[in-house]
Design a protein around this ligand. Structure first.
Ligand code: KMH
Ligand code: ZN
Length: 320
């Protein structure tokens, strides 16, 4: 018997879970995995395959196609934005975090240029240490890789209150709604503050980010604590999703789904599968995640279902 029929017999419809795939990011570097998408063609193909595997939202950064260096140049975004939009109805979510060595104006340029349905908003300033990754690799393809990782020892991943207000205003102008990224308790408190002030409105999409060096560690206790506080501050005005960096990616996303949340996977956050082997594609991580969700009796939200759940403006209002 088909799954939905089984649930119908049980008398209760399965909950829909939104799967986000963050396909490339700005943390990992080309030497770390040959499967990390770099060129516009690779980023577009990875995104379309991830959507076909079940991702409703694609979280996007760009890279310089010549050497893989993280980029927020709208002209590096344009080819894959157009290509993905032509081949998939997934929700395109543009990063406003970029990387910790970019200025606010640089980071906001692509979201300003494309007025996406969603963009990320990091809810505070923090240390964001990726320098330990350099110890695990050698034989670098590009000199910039160990240099950029080392720079994070003395860089601040910055979103002051003024930055947050600027990004909220940009969202208000262009109609983008946010993936509110909360790496620690103070970020949840800040989100609560802007909700009380009326600058952040329901339905809020809160992404718990666990396992970044400088933020909350990737464990169940931290997730439960953060969610308890979000429940107090945001009540039923929010939905949450869980991303964990590195090896805990799929285990903690699964815990998040069991707790009533949504999930984010992708090579931006982890290059590996739970057994420690390199994921061969973003779609592979999405497929494993979707299989786990299905085995738990949870349904996967389609892009249009996610649009309704998150009150997004729709693809027809995006400037691509
Ligand atoms: N790389 C993730 C840990 C952003 O793009 O705004 C956080 C992130 C930041 O996705
Ligand atoms: Zn990102």
């Amino acid at each position: 018997m088909e799954n939905s029929q089984v649930r119908a017999v049980g008398g209760k419809r399965a909950r829909k879970v939104i799967v986000t795939c963050a396909v490339t990011g700005s943390i990992h570097t080309p030497t770390m995995s040959a499967h990390l998408p770099i060129t516009p063609q690779e980023i577009a193909d990875a995104s379309v395959e991830a959507a076909e595997a079940g991702a409703a939202i694609i979280h996007l950064h760009a890279r310089d196609p010549d050497n893989g260096y993280p980029s927020a140049d709208p002209e590096h975004f344009r080819p894959f934005m157009t290509d993905i939009a032509a081949r998939s109805d997934a929700i395109l979510n543009i990063s406003t975090g970029g990387s910790s060595v970019m200025s606010l104006d640089t980071r906001l340029a692509p979201a300003r240029a494309f007025a996406p349905e969603m963009c990320s908003l990091n809810m505070g300033s923090m240390n964001f240490g990726t320098f330990p990754l350099a110890e695990r690799h050698s034989g670098w393809k590009h000199n910039w890789e160990p240099e950029l990782l080392e720079r994070t020892r003395d860089a601040i991943f910055k979103n002051s209150f003024a930055d947050i207000e600027n990004i909220l205003a940009m969202g208000e102008d262009g109609g983008a709604r946010f993936e509110f990224e909360c790496y620690d308790l103070g970020h949840v408190e800040t989100l609560g503050y802007y909700f009380r002030k009326g600058l952040v409105k329901a339905p809020i999409y809160l992404q718990f980010v666990l396992g970044v060096l400088g933020g909350a560690g990737a464990n169940v206790e931290n997730l439960v604590h953060l969610k308890n506080r979000a429940d107090q501050l945001l009540g039923d005005a929010y939905r949450f999703s869980v991303l964990a960096a590195g090896r805990q990616q799929l285990p903690l996303a699964t815990v998040g789904a069991v707790m009533g949340g949504n999930v984010r996977v992708g090579l931006e956050d982890s290059l590996i599968l739970p057994d420690g082997t390199l994921a061969r594609s973003n779609a592979e991580q999405v497929a494993v995640m979707c299989r786990i969700l299905a085995d738990l009796g949870l349904d996967i939200a389609t892009p249009d279902e996610a649009r309704t759940m998150l009150a997004l403006k729709g693809r027809d209002k995006v400037a691509i």
